[in-house]
Design a protein around this ligand. Structure first.
Ligand code: ZN
Length: 149
């Protein structure tokens, strides 16, 4: 049995007992010599924790940065303004199923809280234009979110 004194590169040192005979202790001594080129296990572990923590905060920073990019992009996309003839504008707070009924010959109407309201052709067109504009808007929002995801 022999004692081996390892001084690590971090300045810490420790004593290790070597048991046995033959080539086995020799291999251990080689390993101990390699240990001397390293920091002690505590310092290695501390360094790993530090790297992990740095990686986590870097990930957080990147996520926050991506979030800002998305928000800036979204803020830059002009949101279509709802025409005043739109069911939600004309009857705020009322239940509307999101549907328009009718055709070009007989005109269009919608139901708010079960009451039928007619839409002039121009108003219907304005509501349809708004619907299309909102589709485009929502697609742009989705794309902005996906671009950084
Ligand atoms: Zn150390």
């Amino acid at each position: 049995m022999a004692q081996y004194w390892i001084s690590h590169t971090c300045g810490h040192s420790r004593t290790i007992q070597i048991y046995g005979k033959g080539t086995e202790p020799q291999r251990k001594i080689e390993w101990f010599e390699w240990c001397e080129t390293q920091e002690c296990p505590q310092c290695c572990a501390a360094k790993e924790r530090e790297i992990e923590a740095a990686k986590r905060s870097e990930d957080k920073r990147k996520a926050a940065e991506a979030q800002v990019i998305v928000e800036t992009k979204i803020a830059g996309i002009p949101k279509p303004s709802r025409p005043s003839c739109h069911p939600r504008e004309a009857h705020p707070g009322c239940h509307w199923n999101g549907k328009y009924y009718g055709n070009d010959n007989y005109g269009y109407r919608y139901y708010a809280d079960g009451v039928s309201y007619p839409l002039s052709d121009d108003d219907y067109k304005a509501c349809m234009d708004y619907r299309k504009a909102m589709d485009v808007y929502n697609t742009q929002i989705e794309q902005a979110k996906k671009a950084v995801a």
